[in-house]
Design a protein around this ligand. Sequence first.
Ligand code: MN
Length: 208
Amino acid sequence: MNEHYKFFNHPLPYAYNAMEPFIDEKTMWLHHNRHLQTYIDNLNNILSKYPQFQNWTLETLLLNVPSLPEVIQIPVKNNGGGIFNHQFYFSNLLNPAPTQPIGMLKDAIFLQYGNYQGFKDQFKKAALAVFGSGYAWLVVDAAGQLKIIITANQDTPLPLGLCPVLNIDVWEHAYYLKHYNLRTDYINDWFHVINWDNANNNYIKCFY
Ligand code: MN
């Protein structure tokens, strides 16, 4: 995440078919190789005309959108957010995955939501409540508490001062080929492929 212009679409740390049968190979390929690639190409094109921002990391860009020239504020927010959100989403997938949270994150989830099922119920409700395109997130707030939030389009939790732990992409392109319009089926399948080890690392990093 310390990268800056020129951004590069790193290969996934697993094969495109690795999330079968929960997330299908063609969706994974299109999602990574077309959707994420487009956000990367767009941000590189924008920044190619603004050398003064070419050494800014993705997070620096997203945290400082208001100090960018007005004409590139929305494009940087949308395309930079598209990169951040997708890299975060892909990094939190694993198959086979642990069947429940692990480590300090597990303790925090059980404290906040009673048990894993309590967390799943609330997270699923949030993911279903995204109207149109966006994400549901598990984040740590400024008080160090776990919180479930939703963001629209390619907005990120970063400008809200929230530290991301886990996200689910509920844009239709994330599930339409396999699950059609049934977002709830996709969410149920996604629960099988959460990289809880990575999420736990994200959680711990929120406190440094
Ligand atoms: Mn997506």
